[in-house]
Design a protein around this ligand. Sequence first.
Ligand code: ZN
Ligand code: ZN
Length: 135
Amino acid sequence: MSIKGSCLCGTVTFAVTGQFQLAGNCHCSICRRSHGAAYATWGIIEPGQFQWTAGEDSVRHYETSPGRTRCFCQRCGSPLATTHNGAIGEVVMGCVDDAAGMAPTAHIFVGSRAPWHDITDALPQFDEWPPGMEP
Ligand SMILES: [Zn+2]
Ligand SMILES: [Zn+2]
């Protein structure tokens, strides 16, 4: 079983072996700005589950905090993944080709959510990382 994904223009594709360990909606200011959205939905993976399957030379990296870089397509700008100390640790669920059966299980970094966005579902909310979830 693998999860496949791609950027908006299709230049960059990726695959994840197995399943996401966890999935969550992140409301932090970095996710909000880099996605241009109220929050970003991430699938959290173990190092080694991820590989670029096409267009890796079009992937650009932007370091948002020490040891963490955001990976995005240089052509269309789609955010795709985040590295933790050099290994991909989070995948953008919005770029997964067929996300049937996947669902986020929590809202994280709710302490810095956009003031214009109300969370109206019943998922648990955490001000930052839930205990034990930080990759
Ligand atoms: Zn692209
Ligand atoms: Zn975030």
